[in-house]
Design a protein around this ligand. Structure first.
Ligand code: AMP
Length: 420
């Protein structure tokens, strides 16, 4: 160990576990790519103000969890705590919404940072794959995104997850509900901080995890009873589309989520094997966000799935992904001359698209064969002085143990044939 350790609340991804992370990212991205979503990448930091306005001044993310810094030039920046505000900012800046092709469908993958209290499944640096569909109000789009996330999780073999669904109303009906809720909450027996929350973000109080708070909330006014006809119809359509697609969901009227920008459809994917941090992904519609960050009216919907928690979910279900070994051929040279010749063979194989590795450091046969085994390679190439004198290498099938001499000039073709 060195003098240094990974900062609190972070961890390193190292082989072999890191391969699972790559595979999870790929599994989440694949259905998006196949559904017209284009890849977008934005900086790891943004102006603080983007998140303050975009995510919401009253959210925990902005008030407590942001990593902020002032640059030498005096700019106030923050490491990105989530992806939606940045992606929308970038789409507007690049005028993607003006290309006459709405919705603008984008997917992304990257690192996010929140100064949270670390615990199992909750880190200060984590990884998400996300999708945003910008500029269109259409229940089919909300349904599409939920269906694609469901498809991604199922393709990984996950089964013990549930989809929670809710509607938060829009700018017509939500304010009416907000006031009714505030009136109700003000009469409860709550601590100072929660009382403050009633005034700035009353819906979040519904999200309070404490049992004594939840008990007082039993008779709280229900958003469902306040939804306007347009929101009701929209929500029913989303529900019907999901049902038609065979996607099972649960109506959860307590689901408000931690970000201010959501309107109408909100959803969360929870996994029952994860304990307290059970949300593996979530998202919703954010029809007002573009205007909140100074853009035009662009009703949009999106989600972000946590890669770290998805990996934990796989482990909780005991799922081992069927990951092909990276190396197909492993070369073991015995002696100086063999080292040069076999390295040439390996280089040729690699250029021909065959994944090959090499026993470096002039190691003995036994140790080198151990490495060949560990690499998972299907074939080993072994050559010593006598082989070279005869112009051959020994090609060993690591599965059957069979070994045969192959002329040096034919090794690449022979391997290409055998590996199909
Ligand atoms: P959110 O942006 O809060 O809706 O989070 C979306 C997803 O990102 C969650 O469902 C988690 O899977 C993941 N996530 C959020 N915060 C963290 C964190 N601190 N550590 C690990 N994963 C997280």
């Amino acid at each position: 160990m060195s003098t240094f350790q990974a900062p609190k609340g972070t961890y390193d991804l190292t082989p072999p576990r890191s391969a699972t992370f790559l595979a999870v990212r790929e599994a989440i991205a694949a259905p998006l790519r196949d559904s017209g979503y284009g890849y977008i990448e934005t900086p790891g930091f943004e102006n603080v103000e983007l998140f303050a306005r975009g995510v919401g001044e009253s959210t925990d993310i902005v008030t407590k969890e942001m990593y902020t810094l002032t640059t030498k030039g005096g700019d106030q920046l923050a490491l990105r705590p989530e992806g939606t505000a940045s992606v929308l900012r970038a789409a507007l800046e690049s005028n993607l919404h003006k290309a006459g092709n709405l919705p603008v469908k984008l997917w992304y993958s990257g690192s996010y940072y929140r100064y949270e209290r670390p615990q199992a499944g909750r880190y200060r640096h984590f990884s998400q794959v996300g999708a945003e569909a910008i500029g269109t109000e259409d229940p089919v789009l909300d349904a599409e995104l939920i269906i694609l996330a469901d498809q991604a999780y199922r393709s990984l073999g996950l089964r013990q997850f549930r989809i929670l669904l809710n509607s938060l109303g829009d700018k017509e009906c939500r304010p009416v509900y907000r006031e009714a809720l505030q009136t109700f909450l003000r009469d409860l027996d709550l601590d100072e901080e929660t009382r403050r929350r009633i005034e700035i973000n009353p819906l979040r109080v519904l999200d309070d995890k404490r049992a004594d708070v939840q008990k007082q909330l039993t008779d709280a006014p229900k958003l469902r009873d306040y939804l306007c006809d347009a929101c009701k119809a929209y929500h029913e359509e989303v529900r019907a589309l999901l049902t038609a697609a065979g996607v099972v969901f649960e109506d959860d009227e307590k689901l408000v989520r931690g970000l201010d920008y959501y309107t109408r459809t909100t959803f969360e994917f929870v996994h029952d094997g994860l304990g307290a941090q059970s949300a593996v992904g979530g998202g919703g519609r954010y029809d007002g966000l573009s205007e909140m960050i100074g853009g035009p009216e662009l009703p949009s919907v999106g989600w972000a799935l946590g890669v770290d928690r998805t990996v934990l979910a796989l482990e909780a279900e005991g799922i081992e992904l069927d990951l092909p070994y990276a190396t197909s051929v492993y070369a073991v040279p015995l002696g100086e001359e063999a080292r040069r010749v076999l390295f040439g063979v390996v280089t040729g194989l690699r250029r021909a698209g065959i994944a090959a590795d090499f026993a470096f450091g002039g190691r003995g046969l036994k140790g080198a064969m151990k490495s060949a085994n560990r690499s998972g390679a299907r074939y080993a190439l072994v050559a010593g002085e006598r082989d070279l004198a005869e112009g051959v290498v020994q090609l060993k099938d690591m599965e059957s143990g069979e070994q045969s001499a192959v002329p040096l000039t034919e090794v690449a073709a022979e391997l290409a044939k055998r590996l199909g």
